[in-house]
Write a protein that binds this ligand. Structure first.
Ligand code: NAD
Length: 247
């Protein structure tokens, strides 16, 4: 029904959290998933976990901030699979220091992982999608790309840039039938959030009109929809998946 069977999907940051759940969601749709992680050990751990669930998945750990390494990994995937239908850029890091404590290096690092890496994977995959005259690129933004946040300025700045990449490339690549969209999660229960004490979580839940924190599956479902044939006429959007939270 979603038309994702046998589609070749590359998911960055696929070893845990939202990315791992997205890997699972696409596997359930019988897509061919290739996950990227930052280290050999975490990639192997994720592949073993999936193998125990009965899924055969390939994994790589290119340095996403190195274009040549990223491009040669995509070339290898293309050579092995014959196509790359969907790219999901999910890898990312966050920040929460105040401006006085944020160093230039901190700022550079977050832009490097959250923005430059995304540019690199998109630049590497685009030739294959252009050749196929079809493709889907999905980027992970955040609701802080709409509202900002009161600390860790590099994080919202990077996510505003993600929206810019998304909307601009959607225009540039539309003539090639390549759709480019972003998903902007609100606070979502990944390892980091799950380990927060109840006293911190409860006030956060009160800020969400739908009355709960997002689950990784909520975000994975948005990726499924935007990657599917049901979203064939949707490009250039930043889809908020946040229970109507505003911060
Ligand atoms: P997480 O920390 O659980 O997972 C992050 C993933 O990114 C991991 O798989 C990690 O391997 C990968 N990664 C991090 N740095 C990397 C690097 N240098 N090179 C390659 N891979 C790297 O985080 P998450 O909460 O699942 O977040 C996933 C995405 O969702 C991020 O882009 C994040 O900004 C976004 N997001 C999360 C939330 C939330 O509340 N959890 C809210 C809004 C947006």
């Amino acid at each position: 029904m979603l038309g994702l069977e046998n589609k070749v999907v590359v998911i960055t940051g696929g070893t845990r959290g939202i990315g791992f759940e997205t890997v699972r969601a696409f596997l359930e749709q019988r897509a061919k998933v290739i996950l990227f992680g930052s280290r050999k050990e975490t990639v192997e751990e994720a592949l073993n976990k999936l193998a125990n669930e009965g899924y055969v998945v390939k994994g790589y750990y290119p340095d996403l901030s190195n274009y040549d390494e990223v491009a040669s990994t995509f070339a290898k995937i293309y050579q092995e699979e014959g196509r790359i239908d969907i790219l999901i850029n999910n890898a990312g890091i966050s920040a929460n220091k105040k401006i006085e404590e944020t160093t230039s290096l901190d700022f550079e690092k977050i832009m490097d992982i959250n923005v430059q890496s995304m540019f690199n994977t998109i630049k590497a995959v685009t030739p294959y999608m252009k050749e196929a005259h079809k493709g889907v690129i999905l980027n992970t933004s955040s609701i802080v790309s709409i509202y900002g946040q009161p600390s860790g300025v590099g994080y919202p700045a990077s996510k505003f840039a993600v929206n810019g990449l998304t909307k601009s490339l959607a225009r540039e690549l539309a003539p090639f039938q390549i759709r480019v969209n972003a998903v902007a999660p609100g606070i979502t229960k990944t390892d980091m959030v799950a380990s927060l004490p109840k006293e911190m979580i409860e006030p956060l839940i009160k800020t969400v009109p739908l009355g709960r924190i997002g689950e990784p599956r909520d975000i994975a479902n948005a990726f499924l929809f935007l990657a599917s044939d049901m979203a064939d006429y949707i490009t250039g959007v930043v889809l908020q998946v946040d229970g109507l939270a505003t911060n």
